[in-house]
Design a protein around this ligand. Structure first.
Ligand code: SF4
Ligand code: SF4
Length: 470
C-alpha cells in the first residue's frame, strides 16, 4: 500500500501507485482543462506531485510543451538567476564488489586495471583540481569493504580538506558512495561532507534486481531506504538521481518524484539536488542492451519537468552530456554542472587512462573553456560553497530556496568566487570576459547594501584576499 511517510521502500516507492499514476497519465494525456490547471499550479512555483508531472510527460501536444519549456526557463531564472555552480568528480577507487550491468567497474570486469589512490596521490589530485580553479568536489568510490572501507573514505575527506596549494582550497566535499548504515552516515556528517549523493539508478524493483544480480547493492530496499538512514545520521542535504535509460523514463520520473515527496513527508526536507545522468557508452558496456535509452528531446522534457515539479531542488548534469545538450539543460533548469572532469582514478594529476573510465565523457573541454562558454551564454560560472559553510542546510536551506530568497545569496557569491577564479586561474581571454560580467551583474544586484558589500569584497579579492561569502 502507498504510504508516503513510511520508512519502507515498498510503501513509499509503491509499484502499484506508479502503475496507477501511469494509467491516470495515459487517460488524461489530452485533457486540456486538467493540463491547464497543472500548468497554472506550476506557474506559482509551488511544484507538482508525481501524478501531475506524469500527466505532463504523457502529453504529446507541442503547444503544451512550448508552455512547459517557457515555464521551466522562467522558474529557473526566478529561483536561480543566471549562476551555474561548477564542480568536479574525484574518483578515489574503482574497486567494487557489485555487479551493476551498466557500469564498467562491476566486479566481473577483469579488463580494467583496479586502482585505489593513496593519501599522497589524493593530495596530488586535489592540487591539480585546485590549479584548475575547483572549490567543490564530489568524491566517488566503488563499494568494497576491504579496499574502500569507511575509514579510507573519512581519511580521504580529511586529506582533501587539508590541501592548500597556492590560493587553492576545496571548500565542499560531496560524497557519492554506496548505501551504508546510520552510524557511517553520522561519521560522514562529522567529517564535514556537503551533500550525500546516491543514485537510485532505477526505481523499478524488478529491473533493479535484474541489473544488480550480485553484491550488496542488489538489495533494493537497503539501497532505496539509504536516504532515510542518511537523514537519521544527521545528513540533511541529500542528492537523488536516476540513470535514465535503465527502465521506462515515465516509471522512473514518477519514482523519483515519489522519493522526493517521501523525504518531504518523513523528514520535512526534500532532496538538495537531483542528478539526471543517461545511460551512455563505456568500456564493457553495450548500450544496445538498454532498450529504454532516452533520446535528446525526451531528455530535455525530463529536465524541464523536474524544474517545474521540484523548483527548490538544484539540478545537476555531468560531462556525460555534450555541449549542445548541456546548453539546453542549463536553459531549462540545470543549476550545477561538472567541468574539466576526469572519470578515471588518478585522472587529474596523471591524465590518460581513459580506457578505465567509469563512463565516456562527451564534454571534454577544460574548466577554463567551460567557464568562458558559460560567460558567452550570459551565465555566471560560480564556485560558491557558501550555504553549507554558513549552516544553511536541510530545512534552513529549503525555507530560503522555496521562497526564492536564496538567489539574494547566490548571485553575489557567484560574483565573488568568479572574481577569485579570474584572479587565480583564468586564461587572459576568460578573465576579461569574467571581469566584464562581474561589473555588469554587480550593477544589477537589487539591494544597495549587498551591492556595496560585494563591491568592497571584490576590491579586496583583486588586492589578494580570498574566501568571502554572503
Ligand atoms: Fe560499483 Fe557503483 Fe559501478 Fe555499481 S555503479 S559497479 S556500485 S562503481
Ligand atoms: Fe549554492 Fe548556497 Fe552558493 Fe547559492 S549561495 S550557489 S545555494 S551554496
Amino acid at each position: 500500500m502507498y504510504k508516503p511517510a513510511s520508512g519502507k521502500a515498498e510503501e513509499f516507492i509503491c509499484h502499484q501507485e506508479i502503475l496507477d499514476t501511469l494509467a491516470y497519465a495515459d487517460e488524461n494525456r489530452a485533457n486540456r482543462p486538467l493540463i491547464n490547471g497543472i500548468l497554472r499550479k506550476a506557474a506559482r512555483c509551488k511544484g507538482l506531485d508525481h501524478r501531475e508531472a506524469s500527466v505532463l510527460l504523457a502529453c504529446a501536444d507541442p503547444e503544451v510543451w512550448g508552455q512547459i519549456y517557457a515555464l521551466a526557463r522562467r522558474i529557473k531564472e526566478t529561483l536561480y538567476g543566471n549562476r551555474i555552480v561548477l564542480f568536479a568528480p574525484l574518483y578515489l577507487s574503482n574497486y567494487c564488489v557489485n555487479s551493476c550491468t551498466y557500469c564498467p567497474y562491476h566486479a566481473q570486469n577483469k579488463g580494467i586495471p583496479r586502482r585505489k589512490l593513496t593519501q599522497e596521490e589524493i593530495r596530488r589530485e586535489v592540487a591539480a583540481l585546485q590549479d584548475m580553479g575547483h572549490k567543490r568536489l564530489a568524491i566517488e568510490a566503488g563499494e568494497d569493504p576491504k579496499n574502500n572501507p569507511l575509514g579510507y573514505i573519512l581519511e580521504s575527506i580529511r586529506t582533501i580538506y587539508s590541501v592548500r596549494h597556492r590560493n587553492g582550497a576545496i571548500r565542499r566535499v560531496n560524497v557519492n558512495i554506496a548505501a551504508t548504515t546510520v552510524d557511517s552516515y553520522r561519521q560522514l556528517k562529522e567529517a564535514g561532507i556537503g551533500t550525500y549523493i546516491l543514485f537510485q539508478e532505477t526505481y523499478h524493483r524488478e529491473n533493479y534486481l535484474r541489473l544488480h544480480p550480485r553484491g550488496p547493492k542488489g538489495d533494493y530496499a537497503w539501497h532505496t531506504e539509504a536516504m532515510d538512514r542518511a537523514m537519521q545520521g544527521g545528513i540533511d542535504d541529500v542528492g537523488l538521481g536516476v540513470l535514465f535509460g535503465l527502465s521506462s523514463c515515465r516509471y522512473d520520473l514518477a519514482g523519483l518524484l515519489l522519493h522526493a515527496e517521501h523525504l518531504e513527508a518523513a523528514f520535512g526536507v526534500g532532496p538538495h539536488t537531483i542528478s539526471v545522468p543517461r545511460i551512455c557508452p563505456a568500456d564493457d558496456i553495450d548500450p544496445a542492451l538498454f532498450p529504454h535509452a532516452v533520446p535528446d528531446e525526451l531528455f530535455c522534457r525530463i529536465v524541464a519537468l523536474l524544474r517545474v515539479a521540484v523548483p527548490y531542488t538544484g539540478m545537476i548534469v555531468s560531462t556525460r552530456e555534450g555541449e549542445a545538450t548541456r546548453r539546453r539543460a542549463i536553459e531549462l533548469g540545470v543549476s550545477q554542472i561538472s567541468g574539466g572532469s576526469r572519470t578515471t582514478v588518478g585522472g587529474y594529476a596523471q591524465g590518460g587512462g581513459e580506457g578505465s573510465a567509469q563512463f565516456d565523457i562527451s564534454d571534454r573541454r577544460t574548466l577554463d573553456e567551460v567557464a568562458a562558454w558559460l560567460l558567452g551564454l550570459g551565465c555566471i560560472p560560480s564556485f560558491c560553497t557558501a550555504c553549507y559553510r554558513e549552516g544553511r542546510t536541510g530545512d534552513r536551506f529549503m525555507a530560503l530556496a522555496k521562497t526564492g530568497k536564496i538567489a539574494a545569496c547566490c548571485t553575489p557569491n557567484a560574483l565573488l568566487t568568479l572574481m577569485e577564479y579570474a584572479m587565480d586561474y583564468a586564461s587572459p581571454a576568460t578573465r576579461e570576459k569574467a571581469l566584464q560580467a562581474i561589473n555588469r551583474e554587480l550593477e544589477g544586484l537589487p539591494s544597495a547594501a549587498v551591492r556595496e558589500a560585494a563591491r568592497r569584497r571584490l576590491d579586496a579579492i583583486a588586492a589578494g584576499a580570498r574566501d568571502f561569502r554572503f
